[in-house]
Design a protein around this ligand. Structure first.
Ligand SMILES: Nc1ncnc2c1ncn2[C@@H]1O[C@H](COP(=O)(O)OP(=O)(O)O)[C@@H](O)[C@H]1O
Ligand SMILES: [Mg+2]
Length: 334
């Protein structure tokens, strides 16, 4: 594939970033409307409350958090769509909201829930327009297009009106459109949302390859943990507008997975498992208990000595569960 332009220092630098939205509150009835007109009252929503992180060139970072955590708001600030209420956000040393051409040339934004291609045109024509907008030389354009369209398996789809494509095909075309100008920083906000599994898988392997071959920095939000597990070495987790974790995915899993779940199948009637661990469920002779991973050997030995056991399984909590736990951790006051 091609390589993106390399820069020194952190590509993305966010320091004490804040964003609040002011929503005008309207009271009921005509008098309420009048009142709101002459004496408006506002409700303040603090979407981002002092978030700091830095991202280096070439990193593939998962930006995670439950709905309403502030992910999209942060991404909109980093792509110059929103102006922050406080703190710093820099991309390649530029303030994104200034929308300087040299910064715009280096970034791309794909939002899974928003369409950027012209609906009534075949994707090919949108791509040609983008080529003009970004001033991409003809020879480069052909080569770049092939390198994007091939792995995404879009060869046959370029002349079809975008509105007639499947959701997965449309999203792949969105990716091509976003990457044609060879941005060095790519923001992907839920790019696989609602797609069929085959398209999800195809987009995942494309992104993995793209990051590896071009050296582009990618920031990805996704509700699908498989995306994150396969692509992101590092994750930044925010909750209620506050950073709750920044580090490797492996360390996060290890940190949160001090617990193991034992699934014990036994014919023992009325056996009390509570002294051995936290009883999660007990159905048809199968009991699930949660124990500290360090105690697993000791507890299983004790259980084998106490009751007849026909099956025993030890489960590690999956990433989904791990992230769930991080989300429910109260944010540290900053
Ligand atoms: N334009 C807006 N006006 C008012 N509130 C907003 C606006 N955009 C986002 N919010 C609020 O800011 C918070 C963070 O939203 P968002 O950044 O979209 O979260 P996420 O992408 O993590 O789901 C939410 O409470 C949301 O309702
Ligand atoms: Mg969002």
């Amino acid at each position: 594939m091609f390589h993106v332009k390399q820069f020194g220092g952190p590509v993305i630098h966010v320091d004490g970033l804040r964003k609040e939205f002011r929503l005008a509150e309207k009271q009921a009835g005509f008098s309420g409307t009048l009142k709101a007109l002459f004496n408006p009252t506002y409700k303040v929503v603090e979407a981002v409350k002092g978030v700091s992180f830095s991202i280096q060139q070439g990193e593939f970072v998962g930006f995670l958090g439950p709905n309403g955590a502030g992910k999209t708001t942060t991404i909109k600030i980093l792509t110059g769509i929103l102006y922050p209420s406080g703190g710093t956000a820099l991309v390649h040393g530029h303030v994104p909201f200034d929308r300087k051409p040299e910064m715009l040339q280096q970034i791309a934004l794909v939002m899974g829930n928003r369409q950027q291609l012209w609906w009534d045109l075949p994707a090919q024509e949108s791509f040609t327009l983008l080529k003009e907008i970004y001033g991409i030389p003809e020879s480069d354009y052909k080569q770049r297009l092939d390198l994007l369209v091939g792995p995404l398996q879009l060869e046959e789809k370029l002349t079809t009106q975008v509105r007639k494509l499947s959701l997965g095909e449309r999203m792949k075309c969105e990716l091509v459109a976003a990457l044609l100008h060879r941005p060095s920083v790519v923001f992907l906000d839920e790019p696989t949302i609602g797609l069929d599994l085959t398209s999800q898988r195809n987009i995942r392997s494309f992104l993995k390859e793209y990051n590896r071959e071009t050296g582009a920095t990618i920031v990805l939000t996704s509700h699908y943990m498989q995306d994150v597990e396969e692509l992101c070495e590092r994750v930044i987790v925010i909750n209620h507008g506050t950073l709750v974790y920044d580090g490797t995915l492996t360390a996060l899993s290890a940190e949160m997975s001090g617990q193991r779940r034992l699934r014990i199948t036994s014919t023992a009637q009325d056996f009390d498992f509570t002294p051995y661990g936290n009883v999660i469920s007990q159905v048809d002779g199968v009991t699930e208990i949660e124990v500290a991973s360090a105690d697993v050997a000791d507890i299983t030995a004790k259980l084998f000595a106490q009751i007849p056991i026909s099956d025993l399984a030890i489960d590690e909590p999956g990433l989904e569960e791990t992230i769930e736990k991080v989300f429910s951790t109260p944010a540290q006051p900053q």
